[in-house]
Write a protein that binds this ligand. Sequence first.
Ligand code: IPM
Ligand code: MG
Length: 368
Amino acid sequence: MQSLYRIAVLAGDGIGPEVTAEAVKVLKAIEEIVGPSFRFQSGLIGGCALDQTASPLPAETISICGNSHAVLLGAVGGPQWDSKRPELRPEQGLLQLRQRLGLYVNLRPVRVIDSLAGISALKADRVRGTDLVIVRELMGGIYFGNPRGIFAKDGERMGVNTEIYREHEVERVAHRAFQLARLRRRKVTSVDKANVLESSRLWREVVTRIGRSYPDVELRHLYVDNCAMQLIDKPTSFDVVLTNNMFGDILSDEAAMLTGSIGLLPSASLGEHSALYEPIHGSAPDIAGRNRANPIASMASAALMLRYSLRMETAAAAIEAAIERVLKRGVRTAELPGKKRPTTTTRMGDLIAEVTQKILKSAHSRRR
Ligand code: IPM
Ligand code: MG
């Protein structure tokens, strides 16, 4: 008997609702094959939450998420909220939710799908075979350190932020990276700026110490500037990339471009008791509401949810295989080059849901 999982759906702003609807579509398609599995409950976050409740993260949303096995999120933000006070920006909703749910590690897998190697910003030969995961620390560093603010001093204003890492914050995310590496190619690259920053020097020391408990995993350290260069020069040389909140934010957008489109990439944010899954792309207000956005990142995020939170590996792998198959057939959304008549968000979602069902059905009949 399949358990029933409660899933919080926070569609958010811009293209968030459109792409999240396709992720829900594929999950419902899976239910048709394996039986009732999910109970969806939606909540507000970001700009739409600000408009309706004056808070980017209403209390009701926190309680919905707290009562769920996993959270599926779309995207937050948009130009109409840019002028808001910092604590009233849509992004605050997401940053606060990461804190409230204790999501200290963010996994961002970047895999170049063979049939799409040609659309990469780099030459196909260079990116083919790229298969890495960025493990980004998500609850610490300069995003949250105090003091912070804009202060007056000596007749002018100064903007202040503080990068802080405590040992336990580095330890727990480092363990996650080494454990993940054991399921992959057993190679961790830890990224810091230890030639300049004390917080990075501590980071490197702690990662080296934790690494001793994983003698079967190879550990190397790179400075972040060098890593930014190596990602372009030798993307296939990376397996697990472990880094802090700020560097991880930047490097994951850079790494996304190896695949040619940020519209393809999912992410998982994990804590001890909660997990949140979201595309790494933003709310793309310029194409919102036009049925043009690529739903693949959101659907792939649903696959990560099945894998990491709900232990439904067969279904997770079926979504991922379906995405590859549909892309291999040449189906393309508008942001992917090479099609005069690109397909729509909903059509892409339909196709992937259909193929997912087909794959699952044949897996089931083989088992019988
Ligand atoms: C990301 C985003 C967020 C971040 C923003 C929206 C707060 O860029 O998830 O990468 O900086 O973490
Ligand atoms: Mg980012």
